[in-house]
Design a protein around this ligand. Sequence first.
Ligand code: GCV
Length: 696
Amino acid sequence: MRTGRWYLGLSLLACATAAQAEDGYRLWMRYAPATASQTADPVTVRGEQTPMLAAAAAELRRANPAGLGPVMLAHANDPAVTALRLPVATLGDEGYLVRSVTIDGRPVTLVTGTDRGILYGTFALLRHLATGAAPTRIDLTSRPRVGLRMLNHWDNLDGVVERGYAGRSLWDWWTLPDYRDPRYTDYARANASLGINGTVLNNVNAKVESLTPRYIAKAAALADIFRPYGIKVYLSARFSAPVELGGLKTANPKDPAVAAWWAAKSDEIYRAIPDFGGFLVKANSEGQPGPRDYGASHADGANMLAAAVRPHGGIVLWRAFVYADTDPNDRAKQAYDEFKPLDGQFAKNVIVQVKNGALDFQPREPFHPLFGAMPRTPIAPEFQITKEYLGFATHLAYLAPLFSETLTADTHTRGHARVSQVIDGSLDRHRLSAIAGVANIGDSRDWTGSSFNQANWYAYGRLAWDPSLTPQAIAREWAMQTFGTDPKLLDTVVAMMMASREAVVDYTGPLGLAHLMATGHHYGPGPWVADLKRPEWNPVYYHRADAAGIGFDRTKTGSKAVAQYAPGLAKLYADPKTTPENELLWFHHLPWTYRMASGATLWDTLVQHYDRGVATVDTLRTQWQQTKPLVDPERWQKTDEFLAVQAREARWWRDASLSYWMSLNNLPLPAGSPPPAHDLAWYKAQTFPYPPGNPQ
Ligand code: GCV
């Protein structure tokens, strides 16, 4: 029989191995092991030891940054803090102040604010130090611009994540609420480190069972784990639940029995989860039930649910992602047409959640025309962190430039308000403000399917806190925390990240082209697809290419979608010469021979973009080779192999697309541009059954 000592040795070895493994589990929170010279216990908590302060203190103890002396966590109204007369009055509910001060003659790093402020200040301090700052003369202060900073999980109750490419759902619904996987706490820590304060646990294509007592208990267990990290739990609600669960004959929002059912259901949820955030709803979209089934409006539906959660302080996030097979109108116009007339009709605790673009999370879309068009309604942008249309988990595409492009876009409303001013509530003085990101998280060991995908979770969280941060700065701080502070490594990694999203745009759909992917999986090329039941499911609907030209005319000679933008912008979009080149074919149908600003033809320019996309991915591979001595083997190897896939698939996208365009326009490739590797028939014949994340 083995001795106890042997077992101890084995478990220590296991710990050491786990601690050293660079499998990506630790995300950007890769604290260095403590050394003998570090403060034994770096933290003092003053006043009441709330669960949130305990979580903050635990994080500091876990990190125990080298060189940092004692840290004091104290509420802003603690006498020790008020005596210092610090500028804490403007911190609000969530802001923090972190400063090197002297208290009772002793130098300390003070972290102050509310409970939440201290939690976020703690993570800000750790980030500050992990990104190379000195542990002395610290002076950090910040407060979030957006109130509700949410992740939306498209996780099904059977563990499949719709559009998820990082394994199965993190939530093990089967063993909840009894088994509380420690990973749930690590999930909460990661989110708190970014300031994310809300999570929608289940898919917007919601199953009604998530509202049964059994599943409410499971959600409550997660809420208990997340609470000390400042994260509220929300649920996606299926609009027809009163019929399917409650046995009512209707889910008509105007029926008092339906309203009463939702009120009782909300009471039940709040009994289990007293700080439940509220409901997210996808209604009358892609087959989901909704108020339109009963002739009622989206506002009627949202307000009925809002009334149910209002007594408990809850909110309703109502999605504007709607388009109907019965509507022959340009799909990109339909959400605006449906929602704009409802401005002013939503209850005070409703937020309308709008995808960043009018179509569907494409590699590039102009910002959604609803931003700035509904001044009496809080509008939340919804971004997709998971890369449904940008190469799943395999392709490297750093999304901060995409998120930031929308957030900084000039709406041309009320002066030159930016989308960020619309969504943070400042433009129209809304009390509520929110931002949502569709999570890329699963149960894969590295959480997101690749090291670089972690950067998209990180960047989303950082931009949700402060939309004015630059993608470059976020990339640098993420890379420092994730890969280390070597300057050569950092320069290379940041350069790779900053080039990556545009590369994907170039090899999949440059110059404003969109939705060109093959049926179902949204991964590979299928610009020729024309046989799907609904016109707007077919790529040919979006590019409208023929022998003469390419692009979707959304001007007054076409679908008139440009008129949905504020007049100043609509005027710019109406003319190809004043439309940004990277959105050109989104708004205009142009001859292949159209002369671009450079003097080159549209066709030659299009080909140049495809070639540039392929060349950029080749450069990413070369750059990554240079990092080999500076990155641990496990993470380096996986990234290297994924980049090889991306290089192959960028060529596939380019070649398939060009073969198809040439079959229409019969034009030669510009000099120096290589012919596609196969003929069009070969590309059309490729099939990819069972892609991940695809709803079955
Ligand atoms: C959750 C796209 C995706 C769907 C997704 C939908 C939505 O259509 O392909 O998987 O459904 O958007 O955002 O509701």
